[in-house]
Design a protein around this ligand. Sequence first.
Ligand code: 13P
Ligand code: SF4
Length: 322
Amino acid sequence: MNNNKLEINDTNLIPLQGLGVEINRLKAEKNAVIMAHYYQTGDIQDIADVVGDSLALAQQAAKTNADIIVLCGVHFMGETAKILSPTKKVLVPDLNAGCSLADSCPADAFEAFCKAHPDHTVISYVNTTAAVKALTDVVVTSTNAKKIVDQFPKDAKLIFGPDRNLGNYINSVTGREMLLWDGACHVHEQFSVEKLVKLKAEHPQAEVLAHPECKRPLLLMADFIGSTQALLNYTINSDKNSFLVATESGILHEMQKKSPQKEFIPVPPNDSTCACNECNFMRLNTLEKLYQCLKNESPEILVDEEVRIKAVKPILRMLEMS
Ligand code: 13P
Ligand code: SF4
């Protein structure tokens, strides 16, 4: 048996090394680009053309010349890419890769909330469905949320959804009182303050880094709070050598790559019987599924054109205001 033969269909028969070769071959043949979020596994990040946070992925999707975008992330990231680049084929390795935060904000309930406050401008986190974006005035990511909120007059009436933790954090750093939707991410809400206290005692020199989707008691312990990209940049520029990281542990791959001499310790979740500092949705994507989806050009993300036309406006506004 020749494991390097290109016509082998069953990924079980293709060694992982061969899978990488095959993915690169298909990518060139189909003029595809592979984009991966920092919460993907290391092997997917390593083969991707673009690795970034939610903002970087949206920016790259808006300007790529590729015919096919393979978005290794969760469903709303694929939708955002499709909304911005409707003529491209947008694929995701696993269509079941959803998001508990996006799920915490059903479009009909959010519409009723917005209608109850008709004098408010609606700001939505990118972690939402296309239908929620279609109800939104401007989209934000965790990287640009403060910058965009700051551009509204101090007395502007604002709704912020769906993440209550990010919303509370932005309220605190901008001095606003935005009305918040009561949603959350099941991964970032799970980090254990008790375990962080213990880890801090064991590593007194380590700095605590936290994503603003974490709950306030954990954020109060952080030396630095920021988006995935901001946390990564902080570790690169810091003169400290040890970091306790409270965000999805996939980011440790790039942190370690960029600063091999530094130490990165993931903050554990409350429930030590599950590894929920890993996003179970993000981790549905595997290198094998990436290969299959590029080969079969499926599963594909499709967005209803009427919804897309409404949803693209607040995303473009975000890109302009970033
Ligand atoms: P960022 O990529 O904006 O840091 O968001 C984190 C996240 O939870 C993505 O799902
Ligand atoms: Fe959604 Fe949280 Fe997973 Fe990000 S980490 S995709 S916000 S569930």
